[in-house]
Design a protein around this ligand. Structure first.
Ligand code: PLP
Length: 411
């Protein structure tokens, strides 16, 4: 008899974004003439930049010749990309990594969900709340999150990010083994300062904890004092894995490429505490068993983001999204709404006026203004009372959405 993994049954029925999409589709089907503006889903809209397109075309043409054809590549990623990452993403920030510490993937989502395979199922976890749902749901799937009780998982320590603490999670007053941090954070759009990050690295070192640091939105950081990588903090290589992605950086949500950094210094303990094991070796072992790598064309595309033209073009695209975010934030403030984030992130975290729950508010805004937002409740218990707006739509759409929200609120 085949027996299922019963932990899957604990997951709530549908993934938040699918749920929101279903409601939006139902609205569109019943209002075929409505022009709905989607500020909900965190997908980019601007096309790939010319440097990337050219690199993909060249790589595709190369693959079509006997000399240039490539089959399976190295599981960890081609050296040309790993070396470009070390040289461009880390060295200028004073971080010295070896290319063997970089693991190229087909986007960060898989690795943020799979990294937990390296550690025992009964480690305790601490997760910023609200948070990107993958961190918790991947832990539910292996039983590590415990059971759901009143909207909270029993083995998860929720690190609350609230208006009162400036959306900066406080250190837990007890020990947790695995900590998920995301900066700039999805969904709050706020980023951790070096001082805050130092506290987490010190906590992890003191408690022999691991930090899984998601920096998928680091390219949106414009404040020069903010860290782009956790490894800018001394000692972080001993305690942290970092995830990066070209998805939001360079519009690769459809191309698929990202990477994970597992430093050689990073170790975790055996059950009896007598031995330590390097996670870099374990992650490589996992990868060579479970993956045949990321496509050559995607990796050449990612490499092109590091050329002088690529860098300038990528920056221009992100600047446009940030410009949208600034316009939206100013408009929301004029409407008397409290909006956070958006300065170093494509996301605005908007406090709901009145008593409505975030799902109700999402539906009201959809029906009243034909604007889609993401209900905060989908990002964890700490997300209730807020909705997330993304700045990935075009400039005109963002401006029109603000106008409509204003008219709807005035009704
Ligand atoms: N991490 C965060 C915080 C995200 O918001 C996303 C995507 O929305 C990802 C990781 C995954 O991105 P991808 O798999 O496209 O690299």
């Amino acid at each position: 008899m085949s027996l299922i993994n019963e932990h899957y049954l604990k997951l709530t029925k549908s993934y938040l974004f699918a749920d929101v999409a279903k409601k939006v589709n139902a609205y569109k089907a019943t209002h075929p003439k409505a022009d709905v503006i989607n500020l909900g889903i965190g997908d980019v809209t601007r096309p790939l930049c010319p440097a990337v397109v050219e690199a993909m075309q060249t790589a595709a043409a190369e693959m079509g010749t006997p000399e240039g054809f490539r089959g399976y590549g190295p599981e960890q990623g081609y050296a040309f990309l790993r070396e470009a990452i070390v040289k461009n993403d880390y060295l200028p920030r004073g971080v010295h990594l070896d290319a063997s510490e970089i693991f190229v993937n087909d986007g960060a989502k898989g690795d943020t969900g799979n990294i937990g395979e390296l550690v025992r199922w009964d480690n305790s976890i601490g997760v910023t709340d609200p948070t990107y749902p993958v961190y918790i749901e991947s832990n539910v799937m292996c039983g590590r999150a415990g059971t759901l009780d009143g909207g909270r998982w029993s083995n998860v320590t929720y690190l609350r990010c609230t208006e009162e603490n400036n959306f900066t999670p406080r250190l837990p007053d007890h020990r947790v083994d695995l900590i998920y941090l995301c900066s700039p954070n999805n969904p709050t759009g706020t980023a951790l300062t070096k001082d805050e990050l130092r506290k987490w690295v010190a906590y992890a070192a003191k408690n022999d904890a691991l930090i899984f640091y998601d920096a998928a939105y680091e390219a949106f950081i414009r404040d020069p004092s903010l860290p782009h990588s956790i490894y800018e903090i001394k000692g972080a290589k001993k305690v942290a894995v970092e995830f990066r992605s070209y998805s939001k950086t360079a519009g690769f949500t459809g191309v698929r490429c990202g990477y994970t950094v597992v430093p050689r210094e990073l170790t975790a303990s055996s059950m009896d505490g007598t031995k330590r094991y390097p996670l870099n070796e374990m992650w490589l072992r996992r990868l060579s068993t479970k993956s045949n790598g990321t496509s050559y064309i995607s990796q050449r595309a990612a490499e092109a983001t590091y050329t002088p033209e690529g860098k300038a073009q990528v920056k221009e695209t992100i600047d446009r999204y940030l410009d949208n975010a600034a316009t939206m934030k100013a408009a929301l403030k004029r409407l008397g709404l409290k909006a956070y984030g958006g300065d170093n992130s494509p996301y605005l975290w908007v406090k709901i006026p009145g008593e409505a729950g975030s799902l109700k508010f999402f539906e009201r805004m959809l029906y009243g203004a034909q604007v889609v937002c993401t209900p905060g409740a989908g990002f964890g218990p700490g997300g209730e009372g807020y909705v997330r707006l993304s700045s990935f739509a075009g400039k005109a759409a963002c401006e029109e959405a603000m106008r409509r929200i204003g008219a709807w609120m005035a009704r």
